[in-house]
Design a protein. Structure first.
Lengths: 199, 101
């Protein structure tokens, strides 16, 4: 006799079951921005990883899109309480970009065109957890959503998925980014509702 | 944040959806006893001197981000948590606040 499991009836879980605490389901894709939207032509775009030893690894746009890419389907959760399920992206895993980077760092500070920064532990960028994404929903990523390329770290609140990403500094000590230095949580796990400092 | 206040009708500009510094009034009034939008601040980025009300405020964000109208550097950030607020003024050299004589 078959064991009855939640999947037996073929029903999908309700959206609520897929939402972290305090979140609501968004059908659109809200645009949040802390400043003017940078417009970065791909022929001037660069992505640079800098190590604690001062070494720099830089990719041009052409070099980025020639790297092995992955298609990612994932839920995203914004700290302003909207969540969007099943978003579809294409990008290069940070595992690929950091493969030949020698570092003893435990922390990363992500930089964007326009001056935005966000910090996270280096281990949260590895093991298939983070990408530099340049396509969304089978289209080029628009500037409003962080194009030409943004970081995608969907297991953390979406402010960590820096739009207009231009590089990562690898650090021995944690250094708070733009929102992390203004009251938001240093780590930002939506499932533990780590919105603000002290949560 | 900010959308619960009466300042929601300030006109959005075209280059990225900011409003003017009067949008800071409600949230700053929660913290300060005076209306700080009448204060004059100096930007650490470019030295520009102007009223808080003339700042460019981006509020479709996890907090209020006020930028210098001259150089677009961040001069003030205000994050409102459940039971506290964080005010970051590192982009402001000083605030000159008019007081009754």
């Amino acid at each position: 006799m078959a064991i009855v499991s939640p999947g037996f009836s073929g029903r999908r879980r309700s959206p609520d079951a897929q939402l972290p605490p305090g979140q609501y389901l968004a059908e659109d894709f809200p645009v949040l921005t802390a400043g003017p939207t940078p417009r970065v032509p791909t022929d001037r775009w660069q992505f640079t990883v800098g190590t604690e030893a001062g070494q720099q690894h830089t990719w041009s746009w052409q070099q980025l899109i020639e790297l092995p890419a992955e298609k990612i389907t994932t839920d995203i959760h914004c700290v302003t309480k909207w969540s969007k399920l099943g978003t579809r992206w294409k990008g290069v895993s940070l595992d690929v970009l950091l493969e030949d980077v020698e570092t003893a760092a435990d922390f990363a500070l992500v930089h964007s065109y326009g001056g935005y920064t966000t910090n996270l532990p280096l281990e949260d960028l590895l093991d298939g957890q983070a990408w530099v994404a340049y396509r969304y929903d089978d289209e080029e990523l628009t500037p409003e959503h962080g194009g030409p390329a943004r970081l995608l770290v969907p297991h953390l609140y979406f402010w960590k998925s820096a739009k207009w990403v231009r590089g990562i500094r690898l650090l021995l000590e944690d250094e708070p980014g733009f929102w992390e230095s203004a009251g938001y949580h240093d780590y930002g796990d939506p499932w533990r509702e780590q919105r603000y400092q002290g949560d | 944040m900010g959308d619960d206040h009466t300042d929601r009708d300030h006109t959005d500009h075209t280059d990225g959806g900011h409003v003017d510094g009067n949008a800071l009034a409600g949230d700053l009034r929660e913290i300060f006893a005076v209306d700080l939008t009448a204060a004059t601040g100096r930007c650490t980025g470019c030295g520009h001197r102007g009223s808080v009300a003339a700042l460019r405020v981006y509020r479709n964000a996890p907090g209020l981000v006020a930028r210098c109208p001259h150089c677009e550097e961040v001069v003030l950030r205000l994050v409102r948590g459940r039971d506290r607020a964080w005010l970051d003024l590192r982009g402001t050299v000083s605030l000159e606040i008019p007081l009754p004589s």
